[in-house]
Design a protein around this ligand. Structure first.
Ligand SMILES: Cc1cc2nc3c(=O)[nH]c(=O)nc-3n(C[C@H](O)[C@H](O)[C@H](O)COP(=O)(O)O)c2cc1C
Length: 396
């Protein structure tokens, strides 16, 4: 379809439709004292100093004709589960606000419920934008009221944001790892019972570890890790998976910490200790329940960049808890003991982990745990090597 200037407007729409936008509802109280609102995708931040935002209504919009009768408006950022509300405010329905429990902003503009956030503005300028207007608003007040996934509009349809997680449910690495983990289940359950601790298998998938085959010591105290939890392998986390890795892999692991030279050196020391000892230790953090909550968020369906940032921060802040040098005259509250499974592969893929261990343990007791865990790891690894050899022989 050509415009009066010989321009292909269908191509314009089609191409611009490949650029994703968020979706907001612009609301105000019109000159008759009635609430008015319209959906726009053309919302953007403009300036931080002074704080300005803008949206672009079509000149033909009946809603905009009413919106501009007010000096104030509110931008309501729709959440991914608010498609119904979006459809209503994009329609020409008479009373778009019927049954919507809105509340007024400081200047009276409607704040819609259930949205990610809202931004109250005073109209600063209305500029020419072809068949649209460019309405610039000065920000008066704002709030994130529900830090959840926003609604997105893309290629003429709605969608939601997803982090590019390497752990898809059908990930072959994960499935194979889980099958391998089954081999150590029995001995791990025995160990959990004997030590009064939790045991789990960690599978490396890409740059993350996934917890599988958790066996519980049998109570329901909060703070334990559920099957399916994921954790990014960012230093000091992941030493057991890097201990046998080539230098290039170790450098990649260190790079992920985005750490200072000093911290990088101490992570190298951690790795050297794990290589020497054949296990990794960590001490109980101040806030184990918070950590599990963070990991649940990070492992959830709606993973957002904020979850990744928080878990990174948690790992960075807990660096001092890893690879403590044990003093025979002290007792320790150990958080975890992790031992790799040496299956004969070039890369360590599996590790077993003890957690929720009895508190206040002396060095002799801790060494006993390590010996017991290593015995399970060695027996499991031996069985996995036999399995791999049998499978290879079958293929020949
Ligand atoms: C995802 C989406 C984004 C939209 N973005 C805009 C926009 O940026 N500017 C605009 O004028 N209308 C936009 N619309 C259309 C209006 O929401 C809608 O057609 C209008 O409010 C109803 O017409 P009326 O204002 O004449 O009553 C959008 C609609 C949808 C569904």
């Amino acid at each position: 379809m050509e415009t009066t200037h010989g321009f292909d407007s269908a191509l314009f729409r089609e191409t611009l439709g490949h650029f994703p936008t968020g979706v907001v509802v612009i609301t105000a109280i019109d000159g008759d004292g009635e609430p008015v609102g319209m959906v726009v995708g053309s919302f953007t931040s403009v300036s931080l100093e002074p704080p300005l935002v803008a949206y672009l209504p079509t000149r033909a919009s009946g809603s905009y004709a009413r919106l501009r009768t007010s000096r104030h408006f509110c931008v309501n950022i729709l959440a991914a589960d608010q498609q119904d509300l979006c459809a209503r405010f994009a329609s020409r329905t008479e009373d778009k606000f019927a049954g919507v429990g809105w509340r007024p902003s400081g200047q009276g503009a409607p704040i819609l419920p259930g949205t990610v956030g809202w931004i109250e503005c005073e109209v600063a300028e209305e500029l020419d934008g072809g068949d649209h207007m460019i309405v610039v608003g000065r920000v008066l007040d704002l709030e994130v009221q529900r830090p959840t996934l926003p609604l997105l509009f893309f290629q003429g349809g709605y969608g939601r944001f997803a982090l590019p997680s390497p752990v898809a449910s059908s990930d072959p690495e994960l499935i194979e790892g889980a099958q391998m983990a089954e081999i150590v289940r029995g001995p791990l359950e025995d160990l959990a019972r004997d030590l009064g601790a939790d045991c789990s298998v960690m599978i490396r998938v890409g740059d993350e570890a996934v917890f599988v085959t958790a066996t519980s010591r049998g109570d329901s105290e909060p703070g334990s890790l559920a099957v399916g939890h994921r954790i990014p392998l960012i230093p000091p986390v992941g030493t057991v998976f890097c201990a046998q890795a080539p230098d290039s892999e170790v450098e990649r692991w260190l790079d992920r910490a985005k750490a200072s030279d000093e911290d990088r050196a101490s992570f190298r020391d951690n790795l050297a200790a794990v290589r020497r000892n054949g296990y990794s230790l960590s001490l109980v953090p101040d806030d184990p329940t918070d950590r599990v909550a963070l990991m649940s968020d990070y492992s959830g369906v709606d993973v957002m960049p904020i979850h990744e940032r928080r878990i990174r921060q948690m790992i960075a802040e807990s660096a001092s808890l890893y690879e403590p040098v044990l003093d025979p005259d002290q007792t320790y509250d150990l958080h975890s003991v992790i031992v790799p499974l040496a299956t004969g592969e070039a890369q360590t893929r599996l590790a077993i982990r003890l957690s929720r261990l009895p508190r206040g343990a002396g060095v002799v007791r801790i060494e006993g745990w390590i010996v017991a865990l290593k015995a399970v790891a060695e027996a499991g690894a031996a069985r996995l090597r036999v399995r791999a050899e049998t499978a290879a022989a079958d293929r020949r």
